[in-house]
Design a protein around this ligand. Structure first.
Ligand code: NAP
Length: 500
């Protein structure tokens, strides 16, 4: 990054990094406070974050759209309960237009780093093109799943056919007639496997760790219901509440309050196993697809098609360890050789090496956020603030992810931002910084709460879950109910911050 500030730098009230739903939510929160001098920097060429980048066939939400959207900007016209990717992208465009966000955005621009200038009392943000920008506030909304992971399998660079990562889908590539392999069986593969199977001659799916999949109650939303949602918004709010409560019970309580709600956890695991049994007759195949870790150790997903796709004669599940890749084949540890001409990497994202944080952030006294997190523990007060980082809010942080829908997270963060910046203004101060004590108290509390979760009490050793960081701590999810997250966003002690 370019190190030193110059007085001629352009000044802004705020820089937001990321133009996905997180960055847009942050911008809406600021604009509602009258802060309009905002620059939103986005490395991609358009807004929408994950819903702009991901375009693989079968892409859809796996959290119902009733819940997976801003509560203050409901879309009565979702075409189905689980909207497809392109509909989500259109919703993102609609939000940007409604809240006049596009004019703040600088696309195809990467942030190279940000440094707090103590003398000037502002952030200096270095970009890959043009002059650095300086701003009073820095908000990073870089997402959790934004750095694709390409596996370092021996020989992968010698492969002679086409390699496609799911996060970089090639729309022009026709899969018909191909012998394809897919590596990975996460939530992305669960959506993609049935689609690819429909097109290719042969598909071999290489699974390292099976995933829990529960039924997806998906259906088109009839026009008459859409009209009802549009005319009587309360009906959509009630539907949202019911869906969110169901997710909270099954996916959040059963995982985070495992000690108290083990029965929910076992019920969810049983549901997934019954779903598998209903769809796959072959007991050997079923066994391979059955997780040997507790439900929720890694992110479960929803699908009605994934399991049954493996019944097709041209679809194969390979569970042997991949030893190497050759120009025309994948070779497994048992000597098996699968000849292929196309390799699909559904290998997910790199969280812990490159994403916490996604850019270099240097705070007061030269504290480097990424180094500090790694030398100490991953931590962020209420999932948004870090001591020694004045006027900085980090939205993709340890303990920030609340509930199963990302919108729960961003909306509770928007409330936190509002309360904090209103207090800053009320005091006539220009900087805020969370105190060491408040941060330590929050970390202790979250650590204690994690003790109740499946991550501590369950059997997660074989889950290979990205929830766990290199220290072995599962610090992505906030280990509280979403109601607690909202309550604290509305009521956190204002003196948890120092103002100057
Ligand atoms: P993921 O859950 O991290 O899955 C990556 C898969 O690749 C895993 O099965 C992993 O195996 C496998 N893998 C990675 N490196 C490998 C290697 N060297 N050899 C063999 N296998 C390897 O990634 P994802 O499926 O892209 O999903 C990421 C997240 O995105 C999900 O958890 C979910 O939160 C989100 N998502 C959401 C939706 C939605 O509809 N809302 C859809 C898709 C994804 P291991 O498990 O053994 O590591």
């Amino acid at each position: 990054m370019k190190p030193k500030v110059t007085v001629s730098l352009p000044q802004h009230e705020a820089v937001i990094v990321g133009a996905g739903f997180g960055g847009m939510g942050a911008a809406i929160a600021l604009k509602r406070l009258g802060i309009d001098d905002i620059v939103i920097v986005e490395r991609e060429d358009d807004l929408g974050g994950t819903w702009h980048v991901n375009r693989y066939p079968g892409l859809a939400v796996d959290i119902s759209s009733l819940t997976y959207s801003y509560s203050f900007e409901p879309n009565p016209y979702w075409s189905r309960l689980f909207a497809r990717g392109d509909e989500l992208k259109r919703y993102a465009d609609h939000v940007a237009e409604t809240y006049d966000l596009r004019r703040h955005m600088r696309f195809s621009t990467s942030v190279q780093g940000a440094r707090w200038d103590e003398e000037a009392q502002h952030w200096v943000v270095a970009l890959d093109k043009g002059e650095p920008v300086a701003a009073r506030f820095l908000l990073t909304a870089t997402g959790f799943l934004s750095q694709p992971h390409t596996p370092d399998i021996p020989g992968i660079d010698t492969f002679a056919g086409k390699i496609i990562h799911t996060a970089d889908w090639d729309d022009s590539f026709d899969l018909h007639g191909h012998r394809a392999a897919m590596i990975g069986t996460g939530a992305t593969a669960v959506q993609l496997v049935p689609e690819v199977a429909r097109q290719v001659d042969e598909l071999t799916v290489f699974q390292r760790t099976p995933i829990y999949v529960v039924p997806k109650v998906d259906t088109p939303i009839p026009g008459v219901v859409q009209e009802l949602f549009a005319r009587v918004p309360l009906t959509q709010q009630v539907a949202r509440l019911a869906n969110t409560a169901m997710l909270e019970a099954m996916m959040v309580t059963s995982v985070l309050h495992f000690r108290q709600a083990k029965v929910f956890n076992h019920a969810a695991a049983l549901l997934a196993k019954a779903h598998l049994r209903a769809q796959v007759r072959d007991p050997k195949l079923r066994e391979k697809l059955t997780p040997d870790y507790d439900f929720g150790c890694k992110r479960p997903t929803f699908s009605n098609e994934y399991f049954r796709t493996f019944n097709a004669p041209h679809v194969h599940l390979e569970t042997e360890r991949i030893e190497r890749i050759e120009p025309d084949a994948i070779v497994t540890a048992d000597g098996g050789r699968t000849e292929i001409d196309t390799l699909i990497l559904a290998t997910g994202f790199n969280l812990w090496d490159v994403n916490f944080p996604a850019i270099e952030v240097i705070g007061r006294d030269g504290r480097n956020l990424g180094k500090w997190w790694r030398d100490n523990r991953f931590q962020a007060y209420e999932g948004v603030a870090v001591p020694h980082f004045p006027n900085f809010l980090t939205l993709a942080s340890p303990y920030s992810y609340s509930g199963l829908s990302y919108f729960t997270t961003i909306e509770s963060q928007m409330r936190h931002i509002r309360r904090l910046l209103k207090e800053l203004s009320r005091r006539g101060a220009s900087t805020f910084e969370v105190t060491e004590e408040a941060n330590a108290e929050f970390l202790d509390r979250m650590t204690e709460r994690l003790g109740d979760s499946v991550f501590h009490l369950g059997s997660c050793a074989t889950s290979n879950s990205y929830y766990f960081n290199p220290h072995g701590e599962a610090v992505i999810l906030r280990p509280t109910s979403t109601i607690n997250a909202f309550r604290e966003a509305n009521n956190f002690p204002l003196d948890d911050y120092a103002y100057a």
